[in-house]
Design a protein around this ligand. Structure first.
Ligand code: FES
Length: 316
């Protein structure tokens, strides 16, 4: 008589922890996409391993021998076993369709279709939301004028439009010091005024000579240059962060040194490029050894295990 339970019960896979591991991997992967690439890679690896084990169990259960139902004892033999070479075949050869039960086919089809539909819905949305932040990002060049306007050994407060087409919203300030020549090329210290704690504008810890302000016309429009004497370094008015003249943190809540600008000398002009982050600076002036990192946001550690906890950032 035909078993009324059909394939559904006979081929149910045993309880397994693989789906739980797979779900944990997916969660790690999604969180990692926000937090850091290494975490995303670990999540992907976990999902792949547990997904493989899960799929293997499902397939094996579908191909394995029939299992007794819950609480059902193993059937006891009622007659002595007939030698294999005698008598008729115990059961007909299984049809190919019977070796891969309908329930397994439906389960895997549902999972596959769900994955495809989920990908079609989410990948374009995530792509449009995230990719533009990573593509076609570049730092504009900022011409600060002739290097002769920067007296050697003295800080100058330079105020300029980072991108004139964006107007005043792109106005920035940098502290520039001409360090003289190093190995035959001019050396400059170009410090960003963005505090490494929460981003407030830091101020020179000393007099600023507004009466000696000069305005230089460059390709980037007008650049204001004001001599300053930051004898006490740089000070942040927001929470008391303090830095020395090289931008090293000396007190307060900032977690690293002040960011710096890359620069080049073109046709005798000082040209600022993109900014980068600095953990600390050893030495000073032209001899300074700068421990540099990719630009990161205010408040972020960049040279300790804590730095792994911060989200992936697009270039900016
Ligand atoms: S923002 Fe500068 S110390 Fe807090």
């Amino acid at each position: 008589m035909e078993d009324p339970r059909g394939d559904e019960q006979r081929h149910q896979p045993p309880p397994s922890l693989w789906p739980v591991g797979f779900a944990v991997g997916i969660v790690c992967l999604l969180v990692g996409l926000i937090v850091s690439w290494p975490a995303a890679a670990v999540g992907a690896a976990i999902a792949v391993v547990f997904g493989f084990l899960w799929a293997r169990d499902v397939v094996a259960a579908g191909r394995g021998p029939a299992l007794p139902g819950p609480g059902e004892p193993e059937a006891a033999p009622t007659a002595p076993a007939i030698p294999a070479h005698k008598g008729e075949a115990a059961m007909p050869e299984p049809e190919p369709a019977e070796r891969f039960p309908r329930s397994v086919f439906l389960e895997m089809s549902t999972l596959g279709l769900g994955g495809i539909i989920g990908g079609i819905v989410t990948v374009p949305a995530i792509g449009f939301a995230v990719l533009p932040a990573f593509l076609k990002q570049h730092s504009p060049e900022i011409d600060l004028g002739p290097i002769t306007d920067f007296p050697e050994g003295q800080y100058v407060v330079a105020t300029f439009l980072r991108n004139p087409s964006e107007g005043e919203i792109s106005r920035r300030t940098a502290y520039i010091r001409n360090n003289g020549m190093r190995s035959g090329t001019p050396s400059f210290t170009c410090i960003s005024n963005r505090c490494a704690h929460l981003g407030c504008p830091v101020q020179p810890g000393g007099p600023v000579f507004d009466s000696k302000k000069q305005t230089v016309k460059t390709k980037n429009g007008e650049v204001d240059l004001i001599p300053a004497l930051p004898a006490a370094g740089f000070i942040c008015p927001c929470h008391g962060g303090a830095y020395d003249q090289e931008g090293n943190r000396t007190a307060g809540p900032p977690v690293r040194a002040l960011d710096r600008y890359q620069f080049l000398i073109r046709d005798g002009h000082l040209v600022l490029l993109g900014t980068y982050s600095v953990s600390s600076v050893s030495g000073s002036g032209a001899q300074a050894k700068i421990h540099r990192y990719q630009l990161t946001g205010p408040g972020q550690h960049i040279d300790a295990p804590e730095s792994w906890l911060y989200p992936v950032q697009p270039p900016h």
